[in-house]
Design a protein around this ligand. Structure first.
Ligand SMILES: [Zn+2]
Length: 191
């Protein structure tokens, strides 16, 4: 196991970012584990180390810009860009469609590093990739703090921590079967 992986897992535990309970994921499936990533993203002193590790991994590929998706990705992407000395831009959804707004631009000469905080299904990353590629820029890779499921992406993925997702369809969830109400991710901590 990589040193960065051990460090990040310990940091997540110490920050109370690893929650145990009965969670409904954005996919609609239920899980007994949840990563409250904002326990890391909210603290610049905790975010510095993972951002630096992602930046150093991709520095040899000479990224010219960091692109992430609102909201959590903005914070990590900005910190990665600070280490790389590039700018950091982000996509946000307009009527459900990921878009670059605020005068953010990409050109065919850009070598974009896409940064995501936690990759769960890969959908958000794929949407960001589509935006970048549609503007003719190249994507040199995807960097993430945590990856939950092996997402099939057309570019190299580097994640600091692999934390496989244990989830169930809501009609076949042991905690639903036990009558346990859903947990608000903001309310319960372990570790
Ligand atoms: Zn359930």
């Amino acid at each position: 196991m990589k040193a960065a992986q051990l460090d990040l897992e310990r940091t997540l535990l110490e920050a109370g970012a690893l929650l145990e309970g009965h969670f409904a994921l954005s996919s609609g499936r239920h899980s007994d584990r949840f990563i409250q990533k904002f326990r890391i993203l909210e603290d610049p002193s905790l975010l510095d180390s993972p951002a630096r590790a992602i930046a150093e991994h991709f520095r040899p590929l000479r990224p010219s810009v960091v692109v992430s998706a609102a909201v959590g990705g903005i914070l990590l992407g900005y910190e990665v860009a600070r280490h790389l000395g590039t700018t950091a831009i982000f996509t946000e959804k307009v009527n459900g469609v990921p878009t670059l707004r605020r005068g953010f631009t990409l050109t065919a000469s850009d070598r974009a590093l896409v940064v995501e905080d936690v990759i769960t299904t890969g959908l958000s990353v794929r949407e960001t990739l589509d935006v970048v590629l549609s503007l003719g820029a190249r994507v040199i890779g995807v960097g993430a703090m945590v990856i939950r499921e092996a997402a099939t992406l057309p570019v190299p993925v580097y994640a600091l921590l692999e934390m496989p997702l244990r989830s169930y369809p809501s009609h076949d969830c042991p905690r639903c079967a036990a009558g346990e109400p859903l947990t608000d991710p903001g309310s319960r901590r372990v570790g």
